[in-house]
Each structure stands twice: as structure tokens, then as C-alpha cells.
Design a protein around this ligand. Structure first.
Ligand SMILES: [Zn+2]
Ligand SMILES: [Zn+2]
Length: 267
């Protein structure tokens, strides 16, 4: 069912909650815990994964849609947690009861660390949460990366994604849907701003460049419920690819991460 080699399986994706399973040859990591503990456990069980099989939970930033289940999950299952120092401040401020601090690992962006046989590099993301980051994972010569909650495609984010076989990238909103939509002006400015979220067009441009650099598998993630649709995001990427003579299932695969249920890898 799920690939033996390094793979990304989103459990949930979007502003209602984000959690992603990364696995390779029996090693399993979770990136973010943005749904309640019960839902995370249920989603893992549909993939035949037990919580105590997880080697670690890596947190991208302290927004609620990335940490809402962390507090209970951690106290229940005692999995080591990795986050930047600023994100740790947010996690501790949000938790209702303290957890065992022996589980806490503080990481720095730009530095590579290892969990079992997986090499991991956290990289800075431009977002309105101090210490926010994305992650690149490498094992046995293969790399995959996750980047959501990014206001714009910085050179650091792009370089961190370049050369990965699989990339999960944010396609948060369609610009027309956002600016013609119901959100208040300040929120539209925030989402479209340099520390907000990535729009479909910028996601598509990035995917074209990544595809030309060798990326084979793309997952669109963290779609807005109000300002995007899976078909709209997908069409934007496919059009941009086709303009550069890159075609789905010939040059790359493309999936949209489901909002509420796990999205199994195609390969
Ligand atoms: Zn966020
Ligand atoms: Zn988010």
C-alpha cells in the first residue's frame, strides 16, 4: 500500500489542521499534530501505523492548525518532539498541562540533524510565526521536502526543495477567489502578504522550476477552504507545466492533499 522508500503521506491538510506522515523502511516521523489526538490516531490506524511506532514529531510552527493535538498526543504517547526555540515558546504557552521535558529537542534552521537513519534539515519559512520552518528529509540518497505556510518563495525555501524527488508545497489560495471573496480586508492582506501563505500561481511557478531540476512527485497542500478549490489549484499547476512542455504522468505526478483524510502516495 504505502511505498517502502522515503514517502510523504498527508493525514490532514488545510487551515482545519495539518499532520503529515514521513516514512522510510519502517522509520516513521510525524510533521505537525494539527488535529485532535483521537483523529490523528484514527488517521494513522487507517495506514496501519500505531502511535508508538513514531520515532519523532517535528513541528513547523506554533499556529493552532499545526499543534492543536500535540499537547494530548504527547502526554499520551511520549514521542520525542523537535522544534525551533521560538516554536517551543509557543508550544509551551499553548499546552494545558506540561509534558515530560525530556521529550523536547530544540533544532536550528540551516543545520542538519539525524533521527535514526534519516537526515533532516529544517529551513526558514517566511510566515507570521516566529521560528517557522519547513523540513527536508534524506535517506539512502533520496530526498523529500515539505513547505507550507510560506508568504513567498524565498531563495532559501527554493534551494531546500531543489533536487527532492517528492515535494509537498503549499497552494493556499487563488488570488481572484481571495480578493473577490468574503474575507475582511486585513485578512486578505495578511494571507497575500510576505508572511502569509503561498498562492496557486507562485506554487505553480515553483513546481515548474523544481520539475526542471528533477522533482518527480508533487503534492499540493494546505489549500484554503474559502479561497481555493482542489480543481483550481491543480489546473493552475498543470497549465504552468504544459506551457513549459511538462506533462502529468509523463514528466511528473500531481496530487492534492485531502483536507480530512490521509492521501496515499501514488507510487
Ligand atoms: Zn501558519
Ligand atoms: Zn497552517
Amino acid at each position: 500500500m504505502v511505498s517502502e522508500s522515503l514517502s510523504i503521506t498527508p493525514l490532514f491538510s488545510g487551515s482545519s489542521g495539518n499532520s503529515i506522515l514521513v516514512q522510510t523502511r519502517g522509520r516513521k516521523l510525524l510533521v505537525d499534530a494539527g488535529q485532535n489526538c483521537k483523529k490523528i490516531v484514527e488517521a494513522l490506524s487507517t495506514l496501519s501505523v500505531m502511535p508508538d511506532e513514531l520515532s519523532a514529531i517535528l513541528i513547523t510552527h506554533d499556529h493552532i492548525d499545526h499543534i492543536s493535538g500535540l499537547d494530548v498526543f504527547t502526554r499520551k504517547f511520549g514521542i520525542p518532539i523537535f522544534a525551533t526555540s521560538s516554536t517551543w515558546r509557543g508550544i509551551h504557552a499553548a499546552e494545558r498541562k506540561p509534558h515530560d521535558e525530556a521529550l523536547d529537542h530544540t533544532i536550528s534552521t540551516g543545520e542538519t540533524f539525524t533521527i535514526e537513519d534519516i537526515e533532516i534539515t529544517a529551513f526558514d519559512t517566511p510566515h507570521d510565526a516566529d521560528g517557522s520552518c519547513g523540513y527536508r528529509f534524506s535517506s539512502e540518497g533520496k530526498s523529500v521536502a515539505i513547505a507550507t505556510d510560506i508568504g513567498w518563495m524565498t531563495p532559501i525555501v527554493f534551494e531546500s526543495l531543489r533536487g527532492c524527488e517528492t515535494v509537498l508545497l503549499e497552494a493556499n489560495y487563488d488570488k481572484d477567489m481571495l480578493w473577490n471573496g468574503e474575507y475582511p480586508y486585513y485578512l486578505k492582506k495578511r494571507i497575500d502578504g510576505e508572511n502569509g501563505h503561498l498562492c496557486n500561481d507562485d506554487c505553480a511557478k515553483t513546481m515548474v522550476a523544481l520539475c526542471k531540476a528533477g522533482t518527480k512527485h508533487f503534492i499540493l497542500g494546505h489549500l484554503s477552504k474559502e479561497n481555493n478549490l482542489p480543481q483550481v489549484a491543480e489546473r493552475t499547476v498543470l497549465r504552468a507545466m504544459e506551457e513549459e512542455d511538462l506533462f502529468r504522468d509523463r514528466d511528473f505526478t500531481l496530487q492534492v492533499a485531502n483536507r480530512y483524510i490521509p492521501t496515499l502516495p501514488l507510487f
